[in-house]
Design a protein around this ligand. Structure first.
Ligand SMILES: [Ca+2]
Length: 373
């Protein structure tokens, strides 16, 4: 029993190391550009989540991919059956296991009071869960699920979640007290699809393949704000007079001047950018426990930043574990018990030394295997 437990710990510990090391073999960097910038941009790509300043210069990264949301100064990434919560410096802070009621997820939103709405475009439902993973309720996007896989992006305004779209070119408003759903806006004369949505100062911005549209709740019609040269638009965030727009197929981050519709390329060559959010800078931290990033970085403490062991473990993760259901189960296991391992290691210096030796053995065995490939 104890051996099994230690085996779990070893694997978990391995994944802790993966989760805090970048593909390039350097530690997670601090996502601050400068103190006065106001916000950075967080973009999820196939190469992980990158944090860039408003000029597109990378200032940090998290080696996980998945839909990303920001709440206060925390970064949330949906990954497998969990929501990972990162501090603004990229330190894994918390892991929320999704309840079994969440059948499928095609995006999510963080709701006021730190709840989560997970969108399911297959079953056309929205699952609402609490910050500890407790299932709260299900909201129907349609009375009966349709066969289409519509985009699902949400923005919270006041006590409502605004969802784009329901598959019929309609934007829904969900009251977050009664969970009553109404149609906020209908675009029956537009062709194609509606996708990423954001809201700023009384105006909604919703994207199609290459167009950014704006509309107001209390007025008829819409305005084409800008057209990007290459699509598909996959994400938008608006800040005052500027929108930042990702195009997944084109691999581009665009900056759009809302008053003129002028479009400029900020970053090219991104691998499938799917989601973009604003990360406010300089907010007081409101997380419940404070952690020292250095002491969290066990891999660095044990093996050093650019060690061979980390490279080997990383190739094990990407080359083997992610390829099989069993491997993915182990990854899930890490998310389940990883935080507890960190705590245990902090308390027990001898245990830490034991684990270090065991991991060294595993790494050296894998290293020998790969030499004979
Ligand atoms: Ca659907």
């Amino acid at each position: 029993m104890k051996n099994a437990f230690i085996g779990c710990l070893v694997f978990s510990f391995s994944f802790i190391m993966f989760s805090i090391s970048l593909p390039q073999g350097i530690g997670v960097t601090i996502p601050y550009a400068s103190a006065d910038d106001g916000f950075n941009l967080v973009i999820s790509t196939d190469d992980g989540v990158i944090i860039v300043d408003q000029n597109g210069t990378e200032v940090g990264s998290i080696p996980e991919n998945g839909a990303v949301e920001i709440y206060e100064n925390r970064i949330f990434i949906v990954r497998f059956d969990t929501i990972l919560e990162y501090d603004e410096d990229g330190t894994l802070h918390n892991t929320i296991l999704l309840p079994e009621e969440v059948v499928y997820k095609s995006g999510f939103a963080v709701l006021p009071g730190l709840q989560f709405a997970l969108f399911d475009n297959t079953n056309d439902k929205i699952y609402v869960i609490d910050s500890d993973g407790t299932y709260l309720t299900t909201v129907n996007i349609h009375p009966e699920p349709d066969s289409g896989l519509q985009n699902t992006d949400g923005v919270v305004t006041g006590n409502r979640l605004i969802l784009s779209e329901n598959g019929n070119m309609q934007i829904l408003a969900i009251d977050l007290t009664s969970y009553e759903t109404t149609i906020l806006k209908s675009f029956p004369f537009l062709s194609g699809w509606l996708g990423a949505i954001d809201y700023s100062k009384g105006v909604f911005y919703v994207c199609q393949m290459r167009n950014v549209l704006s509309f107001r709740e209390d007025r008829l019609g819409k305005t084409v704000v800008a057209t990007v040269p290459e699509g598909n638009i996959s994400g938008i965030v608006v800040d005052d007079s500027v929108a930042y727009v990702t195009a997944n197929h084109a691999g581009i981050l665009y900056r759009v001047t809302l008053s003129t519709g002028a479009v400029e390329e900020l970053i090219t060559g991104l691998r499938n950018p799917e989601d973009i959010e604003k990360l406010p800078l300089g907010m007081p931290t409101s997380t419940t426990t404070s952690t020292d990033p250095e002491s969290d970085c066990l891999a660095t403490a044990l093996y050093g930043k650019n060690s061979e062991a980390l490279v080997t473990l990383r190739s094990l993760r990407d080359g083997m574990l992610r390829q099989t259901p069993e491997g993915r189960e182990l990854i899930k296991l890490y998310y389940l018990i990883g935080p507890a391992v960190v705590k245990a290691l902090r308390k027990d210096e001898a245990f830490k030394e034991d684990l270090k030796r065991m991991i060294a053995d595993i790494v050296s065995t894998i290293g020998s295997f790969s030499e004979y490939k």
